[in-house]
Design a protein around this ligand. Structure first.
Ligand SMILES: Cc1cc2nc3c(=O)[nH]c(=O)nc-3n(C[C@H](O)[C@H](O)[C@H](O)COP(=O)(O)OP(=O)(O)OC[C@H]3O[C@@H](n4cnc5c(N)ncnc54)[C@H](O)[C@@H]3O)c2cc1C
Length: 486
């Protein structure tokens, strides 16, 4: 341990037992990356507090010593958000794993931030309730990480993202202050700091308690699986369903590469010859589902579907979804490495952008397969590459960057649900003008004047944008011409 780490260690042990502090190389190693494993960094220390007072103590200690802090849930993030800082501490919320209370009358649950997403629905099932946002990683990811990333999932098209499904947060600021945001009522007085903290990627405070909304489980859910000969025909069908006024419980798309990978892995009964499939779930009462099902089947046929299959039992419905939910690990079996992108576009642009992604794949000589939340226009192109082949990682990174910039060009955004993290920080320069970035910095400064919470993530400095060469140009004039360009 170097001198600075020793001083930090000594300071932190004043307020929590030594057994909750990891400092040995082999103990730090599991924390060196998140789900975006191409970027790795060991922290100075990992701390695993068990109480809110210990979280306050860690944050106060880091604040006093000017040490960066990276909060961590389950480390399933895909944008390098929980990537440690070389001079910093990783603050793991893993020990905050209790469901504190379920109120079936108010339909809320009060949970600690390290509770797994799926565990909330499992705990609420006894009351006929569930927590709607369902990231595909829900078996592992934590609600604290979901809040920090404003996570989405299959159900979010109909039931909203994390931000629409939480009522209150308790947060500890970098100087150790406890804040309660939101409340039991539908709205709380003052600025909507609850929404501000949701999706703030660990840059504004550490979430130590979450009150989530619970929904009654729908009486019935059925899935239609539609096959298509062309990816862009499937893309156009998505816009048609939404335009008809139907909001499915889930509307997901997989292209041929993903269909084959998932079918080989799980045998979900997918049509391996199809260029694309849509999985469209309809939920509600039996009458609502029957009516929507009939309309969706007609719309899909009119839109050019070559085959339709409707789940006739709960077992079959889960089987249809199993392939989609396991698409990422399935793709992991067909390529040494893959890089999962996460951009959002207006639904009407799906055909154009899918064709654009295919063309970019050819340009960079890398295969791209697609599986995504089609109803939300939230794309997840998976770029297949081999990290051991010279130059392939760099080509994958450039290809990913161009895909995100294509999303921005058609009026979309560089992230749908995975966050900006470390991965997409350069594309923030493409998405936002200098003035907007300055406002983000001002906001960050109000919560964290020393910039100690998750530094180097989510909001690029203007100098970084200048270096990237992608700062948005307004009326032919570069903002901040005094900044050095490299
Ligand atoms: C196979 C797979 C499928 C996925 N599918 C989806 C999907 O469908 N939808 C989706 O939205 N995401 C998906 N993800 C991404 C990931 O699971 C989500 O971003 C999730 O919300 C991260 O939760 P986590 O607990 O793992 O957080 P981590 O990865 O540990 O952290 C993520 C970010 O949150 C911050 N953070 C964590 N806990 C706290 C806290 N208590 N207070 C403040 N900041 C905190 C971290 O600093 C970091 O910036 C998927 C990931 C994988 C590997």
């Amino acid at each position: 341990m170097d001198e600075a780490t020793q001083a930090l260690h000594a300071r932190i042990t004043q307020g929590m037992p030594e057994r909750l502090i990891l400092a040995e190389m082999e103990d730090l190693r599991p924390y060196e990356c998140d789900g975006l494993a191409v970027y790795r960094q060991l922290p100075r220390l990992v701390v695993l507090p068990e109480t809110i007072e210990q979280v306050q103590h860690v944050l106060r200690s880091c604040c006093a010593l000017g040490v960066p802090v990276v909060a961590r849930g389950a480390g399933t993030g895909l944008s390098g958000g929980a990537l440690p800082h070389a001079d910093g501490v990783v603050l793991s919320l893993a020990k905050f794993n209790r469901v504190l209370a379920i109120d079936p009358l108010a339909r809320t649950a009060r949970v600690q931030p390290g509770v797994r997403n799926l565990a909330i629905s499992q705990a609420a099932a006894a009351y006929g309730l569930y927590y709607a946002p369902d990231p595909s990683s829900q078996i592992a990811c934590t609600i604290g990480g979901n809040v920090a990333e404003n996570a989405g999932g299959v159900h979010c098209l109909k039931y909203g993202l994390t931000v629409h499904n939480i009522r209150a947060l308790e947060v500890v600021t970098i100087d150790g202050e406890r804040l309660r945001l939101g409340g039991e009522a539908l709205d709380a007085a003052g600025y909507d700091l609850l929404a501000l903290l949701t999706g703030s990627e660990g840059l504004l405070g550490v979430v130590v308690e979450v009150t989530v909304k619970l929904l009654p489980k729908p009486q019935l859910a059925q899935v239609v699986m539609a096959s298509f000969d062309h990816v862009d025909v499937a893309g156009a069908a998505v816009a048609r369903i939404i335009a008809a006024g139907i909001t499915p419980g889930g509307l997901e798309m997989m292209d041929n590469g993903c269909i084959r990978a998932a079918e080989d892995y799980l045998h979900a009964g997918y049509p391996v010859e199809a260029a694309a499939i849509l999985l469209c779930e309809l939920d509600g009462t039996a009458e609502e589902v029957a009516e929507d099902l009939a309309r969706v089947e007609t719309l899909l046929r009119e839109a050019g579907a070559t085959a339709l299959q409707v789940s006739r039992s709960e077992e079959e419905r889960l089987r249809f979804w199993a392939g989609r939910k396991a698409a990422f690990p399935a793709v992991g079996r067909i390529s040494p490495d893959y890089y999962c992108m996460d951009g959002t576009i207006p639904r009407r642009e799906l055909p154009r952008v899918l064709n654009g992604i295919a063309a970019l794949g050819e340009k960079y000589r890398l295969r791209v397969v697609n599986v995504f939340h089609a109803g939300d226009g939230n794309l997840h192109p998976l770029i297949l590459f081999d990290g051991n082949a010279a130059g392939e990682l760099e080509r994958a990174e450039h290809l990913g960057a161009e895909i995100l910039e294509l999303c921005v060009a058609v009026g979309g955004a560089i992230t749908g649900e995975h966050g900006v993290g470390f991965e997409k920080i350069n594309q923030m320069c493409v998405q936002f003008a200098a003035l907007e970035l300055e406002q983000f910095h001002a906001l960050k400064h109000a919560f964290d004047p020393q910039g100690l919470l998750n530094p180097g993530k989510a909001i690029p400095t203007l100098a970084r944008c200048a270096e990237y060469g992608a700062m948005r140009v307004s009326r032919g004039e570069l903002p901040f011409p005094e900044l050095e360009r490299f």
